[in-house]
Design a protein around this ligand. Sequence first.
Ligand code: NAD
Length: 363
Amino acid sequence: MAHCVTLIPGDGIGPELSEATRRVLESTGVELEWDVLDAGADVMDQHGGNPLPDHVLESIERNGVALKGPITTPVGGGFRSVNVTLRKTLDLFGQVRPCKSYRGVRSRYEDVDLIIVREATEDLYAGIEYEEGSADARELIGWIERHDGKVRADSGISIKPISVSGTRRIFEFAFDYARKNGRRKVTAVHKANIMKFSDGLWLRVAREVAEEHPGIEFDDRIVDNLCMQLVQRPEEYDMLVLPNLYGDIVSDLCAGLVGGLGLAPGANFGTKAAVFEPTHGSAPKYAGLNKANPMAMILSGVLMLRHLDEMEAANRLEAAIADVIAEGKSVTYDMKPTRDDPTAVGTSEVADAIIDKLGAAVA
Ligand code: NAD
């Protein structure tokens, strides 16, 4: 039976990456039925100013699985991020971002194999904010001062909620993922020395959950120290579990260890649905140029196939991608020695090369 999947092409480079990914996934032989739906700034006028229309959410809930291209978030004004709203509305609390070295990628590091698990609903990223000078901000500042805190009167304020239940949920998810995927160690990342009631809580609950999983090694790192150690000795780490904001930042750092954002896939897991999408954004300057690297989105498709229990096809596709990377011929500009390398190919040619490898494996 075909798997029904919601496909959100996104904007910027999203549509061309989605098209490339769809072609590649279909050529694995796995039967996929796509419900293609748009979201983002380009469609909000057609839906009463809503960039994430209800029928998109309903489709994801019905299918339980979505593949998504990046969607632009306007800086400053405009709507709140569609990506954040999607994660919040569907309660997609567990974001998984694997960072793995492939042979042939130009990088300072070899043999990196990290899994980033990011809690995706809480923390400073939850978007609870009060503008400087607003009545709410002034009221909060008054309250803080009555409780012996000192805040400048012209401050904007962002709130960092981290709950016991949300922390327990993400660490149970991480240990479960470690067990199912044969990972050896979970590292809890935090700044508990400074933020005792948010990151301190995070670390305390992490230790409690770790005690319930004695078969998997556990340790913890302060986030700034972790960043330094990652660029010195990434091989010492296996799975990193981070609150939302550190997870966002450290996953880009780890993408840099394995060759850049063009190679960093991602998945968002919730209780009702899973949404697969690359780590990178919509790179508007490359939109429509057939230039961007589709591998992060295609690798997100590999994660989706594994989630759909299509293990053989997922492994075959990952091997085909690895072959194309190792050959180094049919790769985009970002994987060449220099950014203006004339031998770089475009988005659709990368997809063609992967499809050829898949065909050669069958023949
Ligand atoms: P970005 O990831 O779009 O781009 C950062 C740099 O990485 C770009 O200069 C580009 O050169 C490079 N890059 C990114 N993807 C690439 C690819 N596939 N191939 C080759 N090079 C690639 O990040 P940004 O510029 O900070 O964000 C642009 C927009 O995307 C913003 O509106 C942001 O909010 C949004 N965004 C969306 C998502 C999402 O949809 N999940 C994630 C991150 C950012």
